[in-house]
Design a binder for this molecule. Structure first.
Ligand code: PMP
Ligand code: GLN
Length: 383
């Protein structure tokens, strides 16, 4: 029988991490910290295991964690999700996004995706039997173009997927853009899947604009986040999704049969650790320093820095590199950088279903300062 996903190879993140390892390159490709999470969080999980939280927790997640999520979202964004019926703990944002799509997309439905987009969206839509309708973000600013989004909507449009702060560009939606989206969707029954995994990484005094801030958007949205990003523990694969009760009921029908529930001790540990808001409230300052260190190191190099208002990714244009390098496509350049310079990066074309001719690559700066400094030292030898 034919493959369900005939065009698909191995994800670029696995490919580049393997290549980085093979060449002992500094891995600024796949997005994950190279430092540990807070010992207090690790202790909280350990305590939970020792306290006997080692069997199946309730299907939607440990109540204390759902309550902590509800309290955080209400305090930050002013929307009160009911922990019993409107919040589900997931195996990372990845499972939340796939499960939301499987829950609401019928075969033949269209799902509008703003490109560049995180690489799991397109195959997830395909697995749900939907048709992905890509709409380009502005190639320079990566801002949404509402006329193009409006033009992409049809009677078959089931959902729109958005992501702010944005992977790979770091772009952050403004409050006004959120209002424009609400106005555009008014009178339609289009759902929104809002990927907000980088919600606590917004720089220069900016604010994360969650769709849950606007009641008319929250009423049609799944909002997805990830403790892996927020607490420097991407390997734990714990995240969550919030949605109005009728949507969440559909979500849970799928969730109960694709994972049923998520590991118990980590949920208890995170619930206890989350009582203190300081770690997530301080995350933007923490990463802004790393962003600034990395940008300062690249300033004056042949790489042209794109703005980075959010996320832990810095995109750069490489068109100014020496001719033979500037002539490479972005995947070839990332492989060359890994092999010859010892620094791995991710090509932006991996975030476009139709490929991209732009000469832009992405570095992850969620790294120890010494890791960033070593990468910078190596990158400066180019030329
Ligand atoms: N969405 C985006 C935009 C991401 O960058 C990531 C992580 N790379 C995910 C979803 C998946 O998050 P998780 O690791 O929690 O599954
Ligand atoms: N989200 C991470 C990134 O963009 C990668 C996650 C993964 O490897 N699947 O780098």
């Amino acid at each position: 029988p034919a493959s369900r996903l005939p065009q698909l190879g191995v994800t670029v993140f696995s490919v580049m991490s393997a290549l980085a390892q093979q060449h002992q390159a500094v891995n600024l490709g796949q997005g994950f910290p190279d430092f540990e999470g807070d010992p207090a969080l690790l202790d909280a999980v350990n305590d939970a295991m020792r306290a006997g939280h080692n069997q199946y927790p309730p299907m939607p997640g440990v109540p204390a964690l759902r309550q902590a999520i509800a309290a955080k979202v209400e305090a930050l964004y002013g929307h009160a999700y009911h922990p019993d019926t409107e919040i589900t703990v997931t195996a990372g944002a990845t499972q939340a996004i796939l499960t939301a799509l499987l829950a609401v997309v019928h075969p033949g439905d269209e799902v509008v995706v703003l490109e560049p987009a995180y690489d799991s969206y397109a195959p997830n839509i395909a697995l749900a039997g939907g048709t992905m309708v890509p709409v380009p973000l502005d190639p320079t600013t990566f801002r949404p173009d509402f006329d193009r989004i409006r033009a992409a909507l049809t009677p078959r449009t089931r959902a729109l997927m958005i992501n702010s702060p944005h992977n790979p560009s770091g772009a952050v939606w403004s409050a006004d853009e959120l209002r424009q989206l609400a106005a555009l969707l008014d009178g339609t029954d289009v759902l929104v899947i809002s990927d907000e995994v980088y919600e606590h990484m917004v720089y220069d005094g900016g604010q994360h604009q969650s769709v849950s801030r606007l009641p008319e958007l929250a009423a049609r949205s799944f909002v997805v986040s990830s403790f892996g990003k927020t607490y420097h523990v991407t390997g734990w694969k714990v995240g969550y999704v919030t949605a109005p009760a009728p949507l969440m009921a559909e979500f849970r029908k799928v969730h109960q049969y694709n994972v049923f529930t998520v590991n118990s001790a980590m949920q208890h540990g995170i619930a206890a650790y989350m009582r203190d808001p300081a770690p997530y409230l301080g995350l933007s300052d923490f990463y802004q320093r790393k962003r600034d260190r990395f940008r300062a190191g690249l300033a004056g190099s042949a790489f042209a820095l794109r703005p980075c208002p959010g996320s832990y990714f810095q995109s750069v244009d490489y068109g100014g590199l020496p001719g033979h390098l500037a002539a490479m496509n972005d995947m070839d350049l990332c492989q060359w950088l890994t092999r010859e310079i010892g620094v791995a990066a991710i090509p932006l074309s991996a975030f476009y279903t139709g490929g991209s001719a732009a000469q832009v690559i992405r570095f992850c700066f969620a790294k120890k300062d010494e890791t960033l400094d070593l990468a910078l030292e190596r990158l400066k030898t180019i030329g």
